[in-house]
Design a protein around this ligand. Sequence first.
Ligand code: ADP
Ligand code: ASP
Ligand code: MG
Length: 427
Amino acid sequence: MALIVQKYGGSSVADAESIKRVAKRIVDTRRAGHDVVVAVSAMGDTTDELLDLAGQVAPIPAPRELDMLLSSGERISMALLAMAIHPMGFEARSFTGSQAGMITDATHGAARIVDVTPVRLREALDEGAIVIVAGFQGFNRDTRDITTLGRGGSDTTAVALAAALEADVCEIYSDVDGVFTADPRVVPRARKLDRISSEEMLELAANGAKVLYIRAVEYARRHGVLIHARSTFSSAEGTWVGTGRHPHHVPEGEHMEEPIVAGVATDLGQAKITVVGVPDVPGKAAEIFKIVAKSGANVDMIVQNVSAAGTARTDISFTLPKTDATTALKALAGEQIEVGFESLVHDDQIGKLSVVGAGMRTHSGVSATLFEALSTTGINIEMISTSEIRISVVLRAADIAEAARVVHTAYGLDGDADATIYAGTGR
Ligand code: ADP
Ligand code: ASP
Ligand code: MG
């Protein structure tokens, strides 16, 4: 008998029928003799709809109230799921994040888990109940307020519960069969991976592959949690995520023999700001990025052009999440005279394409394949950045899908048939 943590995403519990399907899956696991703890997301696109609603009543909703609002989504799905299990003859009990002992720091909208005290969950398990926990939410002891863990945060709830309860596996269920070589909504010929190392999964997640939330992957790596990403709508084996000694993990260092590129990720959530006509003297980049950092923006790529002949001025461009752009622009505009730049340009029609693979460390020519594939398609590259196991390029947003497909083909990643997408809206 094992202890299994299962996480069901929004598309898996989008309506009453889906909730009953999930209930049956949970009951089947219980019937097989396992203890089951479930983390559940809000139904369908509820979180997005609540965010839209908040935006209609206030231009910048108060973070505390936003967390109160958003956490209500998971409260609905957890109770419905428990209710759906009861007629199947099993005891199920739902718990909010704070009841489950999900203790976080006080950062609304992006809270970090600082402690998990699942006392009530253990009691319920000991009494033979199936435990259902609201994903994505926590509680701060100092402010005594409800927090949320950031978009996609139910994955983190599940992994943190798996770590605290020393579960045998953390199964993350969604509307696709696992982790693919690219988002199957963008690249239909994407292939499901049987397993993937932690570091490659982290890079994919950090660069737009939302099938697993980056913080959940990080948490799992730190606490040695075995993640199995799979589909709610099929019993097919999914993708085992992690590096280590477990038979399902990728053994340390093994990727040397594996394909050079594990996958392609796309991200349409970024914007580009160009600071035009910056005096080309030491200290200006420091001034600019101090202002940007103070605004709370998370800068990703940076490019500084050579100064145009004779002007002693240069342009500095950087990318950041679309949601951070307005505050960053405002902060920079407020110090234009002090810094001495000429103007600001905001471009939110960009997209980022990244190629990820641990094999890049030991192979040359990986970037040439990427550039070649884009050039034969006539797609222009605006920015480039690399890490040890990743190459990213910024392109026009409108070019991203086509670019992802040609690059996927160029690295020999295409499967023989189109991937199955079982549900969801991709929102
Ligand atoms: P859930 O609502 O269950 O949390 P998400 O929508 O967050 O599910 O994640 C599943 C979606 O992630 C898929 O429908 C797919 O469109 C997208 N996705 C992006 N990149 C990948 C990838 N590399 N492999 C699989 N799915 C991906
Ligand atoms: N409901 C939250 C969201 O949409 C958390 C999650 O689904 O993981 O981001
Ligand atoms: Mg998700």
